[in-house]
Write a protein that binds this ligand. Structure first.
Ligand code: GLA
Length: 366
């Protein structure tokens, strides 16, 4: 339902009043993936970490029969019931979470929800997973729901697939629910076995937004997923995770062979990185990952390639790649500890000279 400005300010005042009286707060971070891109929906391995930016959700009981969702960043208020059609924008993630919680046989009364987030939107750092996980954590605490952190990630993924239309894997939601900024989260997306690992000695991460919106990310992601499922079907395996050697791909048509080759080599890169390798070797794996995403998986674009190659040729950078689904958004680099801010300045200047406008995302600019 769209409200007029006067109604918005009234509803917002009621919303804030009720949250002060009855509300709870919950938060969850965004994530950046270092290795293991487009492997999660192939039952493969991933290696993300949490970023310092978080989404905070304040929630409490609504005084009327509707849910009221307000986004501070978007300055947008959406009022609805869960029998209404799926809304657009940030509200669809909250709506999706309510629906999946209802499907899990819980009854949720009308709520007021106030969202405040520093996770960049549209940069491939999982602002939607952070919102879903934060909201589900809030519901867990408000209603004492019996959900552990894995169940929260699974419900968040279900909300994303069913109500945001992205055929995503579980990496983003697991990272938002279980990762911290001090470790890499190794995750086997089939068994959900996981391990917190240290960063390679003497390194830190740098994340730069390419400034290019991820316009094709959702459709491109769904198409790649369908191609991988077709490749697995033709190879007679449950998922591409079950292939470990690229010589097994010979029978596939050229396009599916490229897609499968990316997934298999990427899984092997994550498994190597999990062994605990030097920053230099980790960086090489990130460079190989970018080449594979560009050439075999074909989810890169000129601006991302440019930013990555500037990063890769800058001193003190061990390696760099696009991160997230691709088609725009951010790039991640592993760099010498203590050097990220200085490197970012040099890289952003060269990127600007190449005709693009990027911005530093991690370390969080002060
Ligand atoms: C998006 C999806 C994830 C994952 C990445 C690519 O972020 O939500 O599940 O597939 O793309 O690695």
């Amino acid at each position: 339902m769209n409200l007029r400005p006067r109604e918005i300010s009234l509803t917002l005042r009621l919303l804030c009043d009720s949250l002060e009286k009855t509300g709870v707060n919950a938060s969850a971070p965004g994530r950046v993936n270092l290795l293991g891109e487009h492997t999660d929906y192939n039952d493969g391995f991933v290696l993300p970490t949490a970023i310092p930016q978080t989404t905070i959700v304040h929630l409490g009981f609504s005084p009327d029969r509707q849910h009221h969702f307000y986004s501070h960043e978007l300055e947008e208020l959406v009022s609805l019931t869960t029998t209404d059609p799926t809304p657009q924008s940030f509200a669809r993630y909250l709506f999706g979470c309510l629906r999946v919680v209802e499907q899990a046989k819980y009854t949720v009364p009308p709520l007021n929800v106030y969202v405040n987030s520093s996770v960049p939107i549209g940069s491939g750092l999982s602002s939607s997973a952070a919102l879903e996980v934060a909201f589900l954590r809030g519901l867990r605490s408000l209603f004492s729901l019996d959900f552990d952190d894995i169940r929260i990630a699974q419900l968040a993924q279900q909300a994303e697939i069913e109500y945001a239309g992205v055929q995503c894997g579980i990496m983003d939601q697991m990272a938002s629910s279980l990762a911290d900024t001090q470790h890499l989260l190794f995750l086997d997306t089939r068994s959900l076995d996981r391990q917190l690992l240290p960063f390679p000695i003497g390194s830190e991460i740098l994340v730069i937004d390419s400034g290019i919106p991820r316009t094709l990310a959702e459709s491109g992601h769904n198409q790649r997923r369908a191609e991988c499922e077709e490749a697995a079907r033709q190879l007679g395996v449950k998922a591409l995770r079950d292939i470990i050697d690229i010589t097994q791909l010979e029978t596939l048509p050229e396009l599916l062979k490229k897609r499968a080759r990316h997934v298999i080599t990427e899984n092997n890169r994550v498994l190597e990185a999990k062994q605990g390798i030097t920053a230099a070797r980790f960086g090489d794996l990130m460079n190989d990952s970018h080449a594979s995403l560009r050439d075999d998986y074909q989810v890169s674009i000129a601006g991302l390639d440019r930013l990555v190659s500037i990063l890769q040729s800058t001193p003190d950078v061990f390696g760099a790649r696009l991160t997230g689904a691709g088609f725009g958004g951010a790039c991640v680099a592993l760099v010498t500890e203590g050097k990220a801010i200085e490197i970012a300045k040099t890289v952003l200047e060269s990127y600007r000279k190449a005709g693009y406008t990027g911005r530093l995302l991690v370390p969080e600019p002060t």
